[in-house]
Design a protein around this ligand. Sequence first.
Ligand code: PEP
Length: 247
Amino acid sequence: MRYFIGNWKMFGVPKSINILNKINYFHSKDKNRQKYKVVITPPYTLIETYAKYFKNKKISIGSQNCYQKDQFSSNTAAVSPFMIKSVGAKYTLIGHSDNRSEGDTNEMLKNKVFFALKNNLKVVFCIGENKIQKKNKKTFNVLKKQLINVLDKKFNQNNIIVAYEPIWSIGTGKIPTKNELKETTIYIKQVLKNIFRKKSPAVLYGGSVDGSNVEMFKEIREIDGFLIGGASKTSKKFIDIIKNYYR
Ligand code: PEP
């Protein structure tokens, strides 16, 4: 199974559902539709209406983050995995570099993953090195720490997906070389196998994916799909990625 996950970030109002309608229509007619899953993570404000609308359709809705506590608490503006699940979301991103840079620590991330799984959300756990770490050849080291400090062998690996997103690639148009990305993906899967003592969960790539560079990514069979930022906010760009992936 391949995944095409769109991260809308701070984008979208109720009528932006038209974008999802077009993607859903494409999916319903696509001869390859059994081979992949489409997930969109709109902002919190839209999760309930979108999840209701797409309840019996093939697009799943997720959140972009969640708070590190269960149920209810007295933390202003916090939204727990329990609350996210209760409005129909099936997935949540956790550990996006935007949130890490705003203060998410490994301890917080571990609690987020724990409570998200407890509430039956599928977790898309994001990892990635920054430009300096890459330059200093610390990529593998950084990724390993991000994985082993958060993911626990007791977690249900069937509900975990890992998204490798090099920070220097997010929103920049810069992408890793094919060899680099293949090696890194294999490395991530090896670390995950060691953590879970079984086969690795799916590993996605994210960072400036679009309809033209997806042709290169599809040659790396270790990559199980994509986390797509900018290109997920337009139905045509998102659909082009799927079309060109299966061409
Ligand atoms: C992201 O922010 O998760 C992302 C991958 O963004 P973009 O596709 O715009 O690089």
